[in-house]
Design a protein around this ligand. Structure first.
Ligand SMILES: Nc1ncnc2c1ncn2[C@@H]1O[C@H](COP(=O)(O)OP(=O)(O)OP(=O)(O)O)[C@@H](O)[C@H]1O
Ligand SMILES: [Mg+2]
Length: 260
């Protein structure tokens, strides 16, 4: 059960007129996007287009320069909002493996449950074990992070985020630092979460995953959402020329598109 009151209607994530500048550099130039409850939205686009910045603005790791972010009815950009409380409802998994290297797997999964959610030892342990099983790593409960493969560490990071009972999971290229043979296990866990109805916003270069798992795809370029629509349509039949040339390059790296 969730500890916070949750609005049960409306989109899980709503982004309105989002802008973000770093000094003179305007990285997000007015983003409007939404993620419906239970949907998976994949964000694709070239390096530097602002995908990570967008994700980091959604849980206010970056402070937007303008615009509104609403997660499950709570406006995070409202200056009066309890941002720490709101942020516990948002799980985030990054490209790198951000486990605490001095803590074993179980304690990695328990520390924020204990400190932030104030769960007792027994409850936190039960939740941790349930989520480790969920990502197929129940037998690694006592392992140290350094004893795990990159793919296993990333699945532990996912289990840790799930242990906070998030309403929404944000993923920023969770497989791009992995050896190719480890990518499938992590994508498999993400696919399973999607099947379970988890709301997910995923930055990825895995076009097959996006096509098969995402409900909708956003293509970003130059700080704008250039194209947005059903996954199959955006990936297989993109309408915008910039989406077409980007996809031609990522689906066939030998292709020399107009901007290559
Ligand atoms: N903290 C920061 N300070 C200054 N500039 C930044 C900062 N974070 C990002 N940028 C700049 O913002 C732009 C967008 O970066 P961002 O990381 O969002 O792109 P991205 O689409 O995630 O790229 P990639 O696919 O390489 O991960 C880049 O030009 C980057 O250099
Ligand atoms: Mg990025």
């Amino acid at each position: 059960m969730s500890e916070a009151a949750v609005v049960e209607t409306g989109p899980a994530v709503e982004i309105v007129g989002l802008k973000k500048s770093f000094g003179p550099l305007e990285v997000l130039k007015g983003i409007d996007a939404r993620v419906e409850r239970g949907d998976v939205v994949c964000v694709i686009g070239p390096s530097g287009s602002g995908k990570s910045t967008l994700l980091r603005c959604v849980n206010l790791l970056e402070e937007p320069t303008a615009g509104r972010i609403v997660v499950n009815g709570t406006e995070l950009t409202d200056p009066d909002v309890d941002i720490d409380a709101a942020r516990t409802r948002i799980g985030m998994v990054f490209q790198g493996f951000n486990l605490f290297s001095h803590l074993n797997v179980l304690n990695n999964l328990m520390v924020a449950q204990r400190k932030v959610l104030k769960r007792d030892q027994k409850t936190a342990q039960e939740v941790a074990l349930r989520n480790l099983e969920r990502v197929g790593l129940g037998e690694k409960v006592n392992a140290m992070p350094a004893q795990l493969s990159g793919g296993q560490q990333q699945r532990v990071a996912i289990a840790r985020a799930l242990s906070m009972d998030p309403d929404v999971m944000l993923f920023d290229e969770p497989t791009s630092a992995l050896d190719p043979e480890l990518v499938g296990d992590v994508l498999g866990v993400m696919r399973q979460l999607a099947d379970e109805g988890m709301t997910m916003l995923v930055v990825t270069h895995e076009m097959q995953f996006a096509r098969e798992v995402a409900d909708r795809v956003l293509f970003m370029d130059g700080g704008y959402v250039v194209e947005e629509g059903p996954a199959e349509q955006v990936i297989s039949a993109p309408r915008h020329e910039r989406t077409q040339s980007f996809l031609a390059r990522v689906l066939d790296p030998t292709h020399q598109g107009p901007s290559a």
